[in-house]
Design a protein around this ligand. Sequence first.
Ligand code: B12
Length: 547
Amino acid sequence: MRPLPRKSDPLRDTAADVVLIGYQDQGNLGMGYLAAVLQEHGYVVDMVDIRDGAESIASGLIGRPPLVVGFSLIFQYFLPRYRHLATMLRNVGVTSHFTIGGHYPSLCHDELLRNFPELNSVVRYEGEQTLPELVDRIRDGGDWRQISGIAYLADRDIVVTEPRPLVHDLDTLPFPYRPYEPEQIGGYKTLPLLASRGCARRCSFCSIHTFYRTAPGKVVRARKPEKIVEEMLSLQQRFNARVFLFQDDDFPLWGNAGRRWADELIGRIQDSGLTESTVWKISCRGEYVEPELFSRLRDAGLFLVYMGIESGVDQGLKILHKEMTVEQNLAAIRTLKEIGIQFSYGFMLFDPSSTFDSVRENVGFLRKIVGDGSAAATFCRMLPYGGTPIRDHLAKEGRLRGDLTHPDYEFLDTRLNQYYLLLDRAMAPWIHNDGISNEFNYALDEFQAMRRLVRGLEQTEVYGNELRSLIGEMNERLFRLVEESSFLFESGDRSLINPEETKAYVDQARARLVRARNNFVAENIYRLMEPVSQDCASGPVMAPQVH
Ligand code: B12
């Protein structure tokens, strides 16, 4: 997805005091909160997308270097891009203080500082309290090395100061700064927000719990429902936002406390009238999905649930420490289908315990959940990111491979190493970020949002069935290709899937998808233009573009 168009203010004549640089696919909330807190301290802040490219970013900074450049690294494998940018900035004489934050920097500050000499410091864990203090010290020419919550290289030694506690009450934070045009789903302005931070579980491949557990403070904190609804209303007012993406790691629905919290949130969303004009997405564990609660969440606007299912094999769920069973995930999917909530999922077809049999068993699981075309088949390979238990486990076993930015491992059955590489290359047009599976899921999300936000749509049955049969057909083709190639490869036949053939399937499928979608949009163009309700302040919704 292209970087979000920025609403920066080129006319502002003052240089920014702090420039935050990060990945902004759906609007980077981490940077948004940092910027809002810095603004409360009277600082001028710029937020820049790392994908704007080193040259363009450097050209914006050379003439008016800020006090601090803050790199936000949410994806470890983006590190080379930051290094390239930082080196370029230093080479053109930018002497600002360079600091960095995020999961990997917080959990692997030592290896990062030793391999990224352009950095002055790392801000560990949540930066809302540490960063303003760091900027104050630098502005005042004070000694920033004394503040807590940082790490830095002193000659050859790594110095780590007192860890900074996590923000105790998230509702003391200002709403995140959003200097960008929202992305859109089906023409509807779409914005991310957070209802909570942290996750109580300990999945071995995930750095979230290690991040929030190693910092002092409560591992999981939820915001007050009234504050969440207040923010949703302010975003609807300001951006005409109609779709909200809750970016919580695990929407806080567990236990009696989670239940009471959800009841209050549902009540407040309904009282606010947001159910008339908005829909929202959450991410949560399948074990919380139960018909009664999720039916009420649906009626309050929930239209899409993302679940980190990750494996359809008990052995896989064990090594990933998901503390869930295959049956629990199947039950969650069944419930969501029965009550009419769209789902999406994360899935690791390959993990360190993989065998040819487990790959095929996982395909069998995918066939059970999306063989009907209810969502696109998608999968990836588990990567042992920094700060995760699985990385330490693989290192102990002597199976860790790759480097700082692309950590990797050897499979127990070493034939799988080459099989994975060949399969990944052949599957790229299908399952990579810009693959057909993502386009299928986008079309399903868009369709569900339209159905919830627009009354009297025509041909929904026809288009719904077209989508499901096309996606079901393509999913089955993908499953067959993986199964057949795995047997071939296992029997020593290296003649694999022909990437050209795969590409041809995908191109045909894309053409069918665009045709079906454009027919549906054309059929409903005026209804899609109508405002959902008269009191929706910001007037007509732009009709989705016909590709
Ligand atoms: C939202 C999200 C996305 C969004 C993108 C969001 C965006 N910015 O555009 C989408 C859905 C696109 C996405 C995709 C992926 N994601 Co993702 N994503 C997240 C998620 C769930 C929330 C991020 C967030 O908003 N956090 C809340 C904010 C408040 O916290 P924060 O970002 O940590 O920021 C705080 C601190 O870290 C610190 N800080 C952060 N930056 C900075 C900078 C400075 C200067 C300072 C001082 C402090 C500081 O202060 C901030 C405020 O407290 C995180 C999990 C998580 N909890 O962070 C995973 C996460 C970042 N994603 C992850 C992964 C692996 C992916 C995918 C590769 C998954 C996949 N296989 O497809 C893809 C990659 C897509 C791509 N294009 O390459 C991993 C990254 C692991 C790693 N170490 O690299 C995470 C950590 C999840 C996990 N379970 O491990 N993701």
